[in-house]
Design a protein. Structure first.
Length: 358
């Protein structure tokens, strides 16, 4: 007892947030290792599976730059939902220049609700594990709602605008960036899923099996439903096969969108984005309008969901094809056959007809 009183032994109920949270998301740490190998009922909600290096690093940065400086040495066992609510209020109201992470900045902007929500998810991770270890009775974050995000944060192209983009390769600086955008618009693939495509995925059965993570390399796709079959229209496959002829690398495991380094795909995000902006200018979407509408490369992914719905494709097929996770999709996905995707191919063909005719 004397050693406890003298502070030589830390009682579990006295664990401080700063001590517990420091390095919580280290890649080789216990929590992240388990997060990569376990499947819990709550994993879809809290993102416990498929945790990539980038996500883990982002969570650690939130802890180091924002959460530990704010909560400091407060004991885990003393946290309440009201503490979390007050922290959210503070983050919403405080300009960046007053936050420790921006101490040398004159930035008057406040953090976006989306960023604050990501930090709240980070806290849920931490306190969820603390509860499993018996350090807290309940997770104080579970009764705290997310902040309202600006629905206009990411812009959407109209179907007509997207068609102009994918029907006119001449509007793009090079055929590679054009094809990456076209595949994304027609299939709903994320940019890093597109660049991770291997030659075998086009030569044989088209599938999404991997995604490229900057700084770390290949990983599993983002969501649990990310690994998926991806049948595509014949004309799109032929266009990809024609592009592949230009590659100096001919093995089945080589990347479709190759780079000078055989072991890496083409991942010039800035270059792809600049090409996308040039193509927007070519279809009369000015820089000012693009910024006002917040059009980004990811806007192309939204088009796939839109045109498939307009074509009358059932939602469960769209979710399985694009890789969205949901309980309903999971129930249906178990029984989906390759031939069930034929309506998607049929919906793609008219979008490619004008290109062939030209």
């Amino acid at each position: 007892m004397k050693e406890i009183m003298d502070g030589n032994i830390v009682v579990r109920q006295h664990v401080k947030f700063s001590e517990y949270a420091d390095g919580f998301f280290d890649w080789e740490g216990t929590y992240v290792k388990r997060a990569r190998t376990r499947q819990r009922k709550t994993s879809r909600k809290l993102g416990l599976t498929n945790m990539g290096h980038t996500h883990a690093d982002k969570m650690n940065a939130f802890l180091k730059n924002h959460l530990i400086p704010y909560f400091g040495d407060k004991r885990l066992s003393r946290f309440t939902s009201e503490d979390i609510e007050q922290w959210i209020d503070y983050m919403l109201e405080t300009p960046r220049r007053e936050l420790p992470a921006y101490k040398d900045s004159e930035d008057e902007r406040r953090l976006s609700p989306r960023t604050i929500n990501h930090m709240l998810i980070c806290l849920r991770h931490v306190f969820g594990q603390a509860k499993r270890e018996g350090l807290v009775v309940k997770n104080p974050c579970t009764e705290v709602g997310f902040t309202i995000e600006d629905s206009s944060e990411r812009g959407v192209l109209t179907p007509e605008e997207t068609l102009k983009l994918i029907e006119s390769p001449g509007n793009w600086p090079n055929p590679r960036d054009y094809l990456i955008a076209k595949v994304s618009a027609l299939t709903g693939m994320r940019q890093m899923e597109v660049v991770a495509l291997r030659r075998r995925h086009i030569l044989k059965d088209t599938k999404v099996e991997e995604s490229w993570e900057m700084g770390y390399g290949l990983k599993e796709p983002k969501s649990r439903a990310g690994k998926r079959p991806l049948p595509i229209a014949r004309s799109l496959r032929e266009e990809l096969l024609e592009f592949m002829k230009s590659s100096p690398f001919k093995r089945e495991d080589d990347f479709v969108f190759y780079s000078a380094d055989r072991s890496k795909p083409y991942t010039n995000n800035r270059g792809i984005l600049d090409s996308f902006y040039d193509a927007l200018e070519a279809i009369k979407i000015s820089e000012a309008e693009r910024k006002e509408r917040n059009l980004v490369f990811h806007s192309l992914r939204h088009h796939a969901n839109t045109y498939l719905r307009l074509a009358g494709i059932p939602d469960f097929l769209i979710q399985a094809y694009i890789g969205h996770s949901s309980t309903a999709m999971t129930d249906h996905y178990t029984h989906i056959r390759d031939e069930d995707f034929q309506p998607i191919i049929d919906a793609q063909e008219p979008l490619l007809a004008n290109r062939k005719a030209g």
